[in-house]
Design a protein around this ligand. Structure first.
Ligand code: ADP
Length: 222
């Protein structure tokens, strides 16, 4: 586990209230597993994926705007946004991606802020799988990256999601690279080996985040 006292750019980040630790990592790296470990220590979670789904739930005005633009083709049989089709739609069509980002990002941001305002705990863990892809690192006080090598990522994703090797490779190829994530990390949990090793890092980081949220900057190594 590595710890820095400033953003990798050398620019000290502003303190956000409540103190916000962004947790990110590639698919299958162990984000959900590690987030649950923080939750069991009493840390509240805000999950960006849950918010993103809530914003476009069936019957929402946002989903109506999306269907107005793309038609019902963009829906599943149950009336939910078909994320696979949406991804295909914006693939290689930057103007469509920009349209969706302009529609969704402010709504997701507003919903995140509303949830944060309700938090009474010393800090919040903000789980953001696409932190790097959406350049959201500046919205956190601290970035925690769950890091595994790509073979481990692929193996665990195939086992969990029952998909084939090519599907897993395609998902990885569409995400930020391991190096790009590590470049924005303040802290890194290495989750390649036994889960217990990662969990002991969680306990250590939890203490550190409590101290940081209380304004204690001692004990940080450059
Ligand atoms: P993510 O949320 O990043 O996609 P998950 O937390 O769902 O990843 O983990 C992916 C899979 O790997 C899950 O089935 C999880 O139980 C398993 N897993 C997570 N950490 C470990 C570990 N250290 N050793 C073995 N399996 C793990």
């Amino acid at each position: 586990m590595s710890i820095h006292n400033s953003a990798p750019s050398g620019v000290t980040k502003r303190v956000i209230y409540p103190y916000t630790v962004a947790l990110t990592g590639g698919i299958g790296s162990g984000k959900s597993t590690i987030a649950k470990a923080f939750e069991s220590l009493g840390v509240p979670l805000i999950d960006a994926d849950i918010i993103a789904r809530k914003i476009v739930k069936p019957g929402s005005s946002t989903l109506q705007r999306i269907t107005k633009r793309y038609g019902n083709f963009i829906l599943t049989d149950q009336g939910f946004l078909n994320r696979g089709r949406m991804r295909e739609m914006i693939f290689n069509q930057p103007e469509e991606k920009a349209w969706l980002d302009t529609l969704l990002h402010p709504l997701i941001h507003a919903c995140t802020q509303q949830l944060k305002a309700l938090i009474k705990a010393p800090y919040v863990l903000w789980v953001v799988p696409l932190l790097v892809e959406n350049k959201l690192q500046c919205q956190a006080d601290r970035v925690l990256v769950i890091d595994v090598d790509e073979i481990t990522q692929i193996t665990r994703t195939i086992q969990r999601d029952i998909i084939d090797l090519q599907q897993a490779k395609n998902i990885l190829a569409a995400q930020a690279t391991r190096d790009a994530r590590l470049a924005v990390a303040d802290d890194v949990i290495n989750n390649i080996g036994e889960l217990n090793k990662a969990l002991s890092q969680v306990a250590e980081l939890h203490q550190r985040y409590l101290a940081l949220a209380a304004g204690d900057l001692t004990g940080l190594t450059p």
